[in-house]
Ligand binder design. Structure first.
Ligand SMILES: Nc1ncnc2c1ncn2[C@@H]1O[C@H](COP(=O)(O)OP(=O)(O)OP(=O)(O)O)[C@@H](O)[C@H]1O
Length: 246
């Protein structure tokens, strides 16, 4: 469980968060939606303690993560897999080495163990045959899948997906949505998905947090979202040009 409590954050004169609170329940897929620039990525960076708030707490495994020392923050980050916007692969090394990177950095696994674990992760995302391929040669969908294999390689308790379907055709986007769902259901991973893609929200999310005007404007289940008459939420969904079928 991740409890976000009264988070406040400014960069100089720019107020990003003015007291955001909500809870991400164990095993849930929680979608975070809101306009471009509203601070979704800033929120993700707080959740794995890459940024520190001006006020507020984030409680993970019963501890306020901002009270952790350097060593415990590093341990905390190992519980998180992150699929970055744009996948953030290293183009100077091949697919296999991209996925192996967290194992080499965070564990003492030998080459045989690394090989077994990397190939298992690549098989999971259906890229077993691309292990030796240069990442610069991969399509956008393949890059996302390599990013996902890297995100799950340390068997994280939590996965954060930053715009996982952006720039993908609908079919490839659905494959990624399928993997997000499968990760959550099969391995009981707690998932946080930042997205503009309402189709993806409806496909994968259990809960939705709508952020607007420096606050949590709305929070609830997908069914509650479909029935909500809250104007700013309805406007946001309508503007995304996605028609919710009841
Ligand atoms: N390190 C930083 N220093 C100063 N300003 C920052 C920093 N990081 C983010 N910001 C600002 O905070 C605001 C929120 O940024 P953020 O990237 O979280 O938005 P977002 O909702 O993720 O946007 P998008 O949907 O376009 O990715 C923006 O105005 C951004 O310029």
């Amino acid at each position: 469980m991740i409890e976000i409590k009264n988070l406040k954050k400014s960069f100089g004169d720019l107020l990003v968060w003015e007291g955001v609170s909500f809870t991400i329940e164990e095993g849930d897929i929680t979608a975070i939606i809101g306009r471009s620039g509203c601070g979704k990525s800033v929120l993700l960076k707080h959740i794995n303690a890459l940024l520190t708030p001006d006020e507020g707490e984030i409680i993970i495994d019963e501890k306020n993560i901002f009270d952790l020392d350097y060593v415990d923050k590093r341990l905390l980050r190992q519980k998180f897999g992150v699929l970055f916007q744009g996948s953030a692969l290293f183009d100077s090394i091949n697919t296999f080495e991209n996925v192996a990177f967290p194992l080499r950095y965070f564990t003492n696994q030998n080459e045989e163990e690394i090989h077994e674990n990397v190939m298992r992760a690549l098989r999971y995302v259906n890229l077993e045959n691309a292990a030796q391929q240069e990442t610069a040669e991969l399509s956008g969908g393949m890059r996302k899948r390599v990013g996902l294999a890297r995100a799950i390689i340390l068997e994280p308790k939590y996965i954060m997906y930053d715009e996982p379907t952006s720039g993908l055709d609908p079919q490839t986007a659905d494959e990624i949505n399928g993997l997000i769902l499968d990760m959550a259901r099969q391995f009981d991973v707690t998932s946080i998905v930042v997205t503009h893609d309402m189709h993806s929200v409806l496909e994968v999310a259990d809960k939705v947090a709508f952020l607007d005007q420096q606050k949590l404007s709305w929070f609830g289940t997908i069914d509650e979202m479909k029935q909500s008459n809250q104007k700013d939420l309805v406007n946001f969904i309508t503007a995304s040009e996605y028609q919710i079928k009841q």
